[in-house]
Design a protein around this ligand. Structure first.
Ligand code: NAP
Length: 248
């Protein structure tokens, strides 16, 4: 079997670094990406269209990609329209931008994994907002429209009345889970049979999770690696924790 190539975003520390280690243990060639230039890493700030395009060109020249793990994420201090915008730009649009750019160079049997969160459960939103996220017919334009309305509602001070939480991280991960469903539908007719799924890693001891978190990076990375190496008849469009499907 030819060597498979994987790319992991935000791989210089935390769960991403551990996903790289576990994928390499499984024999994959893994490109570890970091937003700051570092020896041994591919430079990739997922908010930079230029970085993403350069990476797509490089991977195209080098023969393509089998596995993409969108792990890069931020949990910013405070709450307001600016925090909402910056959080979405990494956690949702960063994953969307990277996936869209790298999909054309993905091989048959490709796997896309999003690192989501328990904060990405649908119970974080209420009323009409929740209905729109849960709508099985939600498409990409509808998702972007919905998420942009969150930023506007936060700026206008109306977000709570409309069913949004005062938590940009949670909205970004709910939207990331919605993106998984949208992508799975978009890819349903693609002859390459690419599977796309999200992981909830649990609360993990990293810079983001802090030192009191109960789970190790090994625990947090395992399901992402499992999703990255699913067999051809594996699931798509799902949300997983500890290698089991969980309700969104
Ligand atoms: P972490 O230690 O804070 O690592 C976050 C990684 O994302 C770092 O490598 C960081 O790079 C990178 N990153 C941030 N912004 C970026 C950008 N614009 N472009 C590229 N890379 C960027 O946190 P972690 O706990 O390992 O988090 C990894 C993923 O797991 C995140 O998506 C997070 O939301 C998710 N998660 C974590 C927990 C938890 O309890 N730890 C729970 C649920 C979900 P720099 O070093 O340059 O900042």
């Amino acid at each position: 079997m030819p060597e498979r190539t994987a790319l992991v975003t935000g791989a210089n520390r935390g769960i991403g670094a551990e996903i790289v280690r576990q994928l390499r243990d499984k024999g994959l060639r893994v490109l570890a990406a970091s937003r700051e230039p570092r020896d041994g890493f591919v430079s990739l700030d997922v908010t930079s269209a230029g970085d993403v395009a350069a990476l797509a060109r490089r991977l195209g020249d080098e023969g393509g990609l089998d596995v993409l793990v969108n792990n890069a994420g931020v949990s910013l201090e405070g709450f307001g329209a600016d925090v909402a915008r910056r959080t979405l730009d990494v956690n949702l649009y960063g994953a969307m931008r990277t996936t869209d750019a790298l999909l054309p160079v993905m091989h048959v049997g490709g796997r896309i994994v999003m690192i989501s969160s328990g904060m990405g459960e649908l119970s974080g939103v209420r009323g009409a907002v929740r209905e729109r996220f849960a709508d099985p017919g939600l498409d990409r334009a509808g998702l972007v429209d919905l998420v942009e309305s969150f930023v506007r509602d936060v700026a206008a001070g109306t977000h709570a009345a409309r069913g949004w939480p005062s938590n940009a991280y949670s909205v970004s991960k709910i939207a990331l889970n919605a993106l998984v469903r949208v992508l799975a539908r978009e890819l349903a007719a693609d002859p390459r049979r690419i599977l796309v799924n999200a992981e909830n890693p649990g609360w993990v001891r990293t810079r983001m999770g802090g030192s009191s978190a109960p789970r190790s990076v090994q625990d947090g990375a395992r399901t992402a690696v499992w999703l990255a190496t699913l067999p051809g008849d594996g699931p798509t469009g799902g949300f997983f924790r500890d290698e089991r499907a969980i309700p969104w």
